[in-house]
Design a protein around this ligand. Structure first.
Ligand SMILES: *Cc1c(COP(=O)(O)O)cnc(C)c1O
Length: 375
């Protein structure tokens, strides 16, 4: 049996090696390493795939979030509402820009922003809502957009874990996550559902003015060569990564389908275990399983992880410390955040391996390993 890994980027590469190697060679031959044809093609291809007006490639997903926030004319101290239960990048950029993160709780089924918690967190200083489509499941965008509209707020979707996920509105219209808010930010970190062979990220929007502004910010605030109108940064997707992403974007739907079948195998296998809550999706969202995350009920999680490790089955806790308890935000330690679902999930979640290259033998072995802990 092949060694089990949380992600298997090596075998995913080998399956498309010829195409990828050819595309990289093409970039090398062109010597257009920065902003070459592959980058422009990728922006076009991704906007077609997502059904969004504008795509701005950038260096990574964290930069994408930062550039999005820089484009919104915010003032120091403005409040940005985000779930506490997310990867640190979401909230780190808020603090970096001198803005104030306001942490809210999540829904226990979707693991995404909880609507009641959101409503309660809005103050006169609130400017932006940042929903995170965690683990590959969409946040409740229809309600979030209604609340944003009623309160004159802007919405930046953190789509780093959910590229390809479909959101269905109550009128039956379906859109891709990342294209519903004012801005969507995503990441092409190698382990993401659409992963480069290095760092990469992108912004998307249907707003031409925002698109122009973010393009400018990502390029040193430059309006014309050597004329810098606003403070920006240097954030580029390089041509080699774009060339790879052009190939992998064509496979994204089949990659997501492979993840879904792994998830189905696990969920069917664990259905009768009362100690395991398997992930499920709410009616409005598809699930692209960036992670397959179970909740362990009445189980000593450390011992569970040790048991799997003894069988060389990797697993991970995403995330062991929620945002509101990170030392980085220590100045807010006296706030009584009261995020019971977040606190509970932090103590009971466990993500099992899910990727595009898993075979039946590995899956059966993992399921057997998990089950053997309980008998
Ligand atoms: C990966 C990730 C990011 C950051 O992306 P990078 O490309 O690593 O900078 C942001 N938010 C979430 C939810 C992520 O999972």
């Amino acid at each position: 049996m092949r060694k089990i890994q949380m992600v298997d980027t090596k075998n995913q590469y080998l399956a498309i090696k010829k195409e990828v190697d050819g595309a990289i060679q093409e970039v090398l031959d062109s010597a257009a390493y920065i902003n070459g044809k592959a980058v422009k093609d990728f922006a076009q291809n991704l906007s077609t795939y997502l059904g969004v007006g504008h795509v701005i490639p950038c260096a990574n997903g964290t930069d994408a979030l930062q550039i999005a926030m820089m484009a919104l004319d915010l003032q120091p101290g403005d409040e940005i509402i985000t779930p506490s239960f997310t990867y640190i990048a979401t909230t780190e950029v808020v603090a970096l820009l001198g803005l104030k993160p306001v942490f809210i709780d999540v829904d226990p089924i979707s693991f995404c922003m909880d609507i009641e918690s959101l409503k309660k967190a809005i103050t006169p200083k609130t400017k932006v809502i940042v929903p995170v489509h965690l683990y590959g499941h969409a946040a409740p965008m229809e309600e979030i957009m209604e609340i944003a509209k009623a309160n004159n707020l802007l919405v930046i979707e953190d789509n780093a874990q959910a590229i390809g996920c479909d959101y269905t509105f109550s009128n039956g219209v379906t859109k891709k996550t990342g294209t519903i808010g004012h801005i969507g930010a995503t990441s092409f970190y190698p382990s993401k559902n659409l992963g480069a062979f290095g760092d990469g990220g992108a912004l998307c929007t249907n707003d031409k003015a925002l698109s122009d502004k973010m393009t400018m910010i990502a390029n040193h605030g430059q309006s014309a060569r050597y004329y810098h109108d606003v403070v920006g940064c240097n954030s580029r997707l390089d041509s080699i990564q774009a060339a790879i992403l052009n190939i992998k974007l064509k496979k994204l739907d089949s990659y997501n389908a492979a993840r879904q079948s792994v998830a189905k195998y696990y969920s069917d296998s664990f259905a009768s275990f009362k100690e395991i809550i398997t992930p499920s999706s709410l009616q409005y969202s598809s699930h692209v399983y960036h992670q397959y995350t179970i909740q362990l009920i009445g189980v000593n999680r450390d011992r569970f992880i040790e048991h799997l490790a003894s069988k060389e089955i990797p697993c991970m806790i995403y995330y062991p410390v929620p945002g509101h308890l990170q030392k980085m935000f220590i100045e807010q330690k006296n706030i009584n955040w009261n995020l019971p679902i977040t606190d509970k999930l932090t103590s009971c979640v466990c993500s099992l391996p899910v990727h595009t290259e898993m075979d039946e033998e590995q899956l059966a072995y993992i399921v057997k390993g998990v089950k053997s802990f309980f008998k």
